[in-house]
Write a protein that binds this ligand. Sequence first.
Ligand SMILES: Nc1ncnc2c1ncn2[C@@H]1O[C@H](COP(=O)(O)OP(=O)(O)OP(=O)(O)O)[C@@H](O)[C@H]1O
Ligand SMILES: [Mg+2]
Length: 330
Amino acid sequence: MSTGIETLGIGSSEPTEDPQPSIDQAVGLARALHGALSEVLLGTPAAVNTAVVSALSGGHLLIEDVPGVGKTVLARALATALGVKLSRIQGHPDLLPSDITGVTVFAPDTGTWEFRPGPVFGHVVLLDEMNRTPPRTQSALLEAMEEQQVSVDGESWPLPQPHLVIGTQNPIGQLGTYPLVESQLDRFSLSTSIGYPDADVETRLVLHNGGRYALDALVPVSDPTRWRRAIDATASVHVVATVAHYAVSLVRATRTAGTVRLGASPRAAISLIRSAQAYAVLAGRAYVTPQDIQAVAVACLSHRLIAEGSGADGPALVSRIVAEAPVPPT
Ligand SMILES: Nc1ncnc2c1ncn2[C@@H]1O[C@H](COP(=O)(O)OP(=O)(O)OP(=O)(O)O)[C@@H](O)[C@H]1O
Ligand SMILES: [Mg+2]
């Protein structure tokens, strides 16, 4: 079963507020992005929704799934649709921090030291199998994700904006891996799995060479400037105090839930609001409802929880918290 953001109000009859022009553009981009990704990645609406919310909120995305279910194809499709080149890093035990961040080298012709930027200097960066890279290297990337800059030999280099990291890890086969620690997982705004498609979809995939033909035919629906504006517009989507309080109550409930050893952080609460704003934009609205918070809660919170025993399944825990918390009236 896939996890991610299951339902959305595209084309629904929910009342739509008259949006500001910039929100209007963000809605257009969100829908175009959703359409483009749905062309390539078949039968996995939750993963597609989560990827669109990640792009619009500017929040990093963790994809946890087994091999061959379309993780790389999703990252490629997202970068292509956003009008940027995908910068891909394959995780392995010998990967050094400088393989990601870049190095300062001596240029004999000019007699100076020059910085050669590493692959983290892309708008969309895919770090495949990130749990195969040693902790030192994971930290280098995760620092860049948080600080939006890279420090090499005492100098700081800003990352291109927008900057989105997609990390993947395979939940099966932990041999020779370095599991991400809690502080690293918290850097990811959202997590999703893709899951196996159903038999009909899988048959379509077989007949159409997976999503490759659709990926080759994909045309950009944005560029970095328009994408940046859409992120800014999304951040201005209206959140009333009762809805913010509701989001905070869900986050706080994760800290006291029965089997939880570590609950969600204030950073998670911010991510929850930002993702709900993006979800509202995807649904064509300029304000956040409690249902938007509910729709993104599992994708935003479950990967950050450390729980023990029989109730240790993050998505199930978050779903239970959402089901039990009182919902404010709208
Ligand atoms: N739901 C899907 N929609 C479209 N294509 C799919 C889907 N599932 C699998 N595929 C196809 O399966 C093939 C493998 O996909 P991909 O390389 O993205 O897998 P992956 O999850 O990145 O695997 P790995 O973990 O080995 O890197 C591609 O041809 C891809 O198009
Ligand atoms: Mg892959």
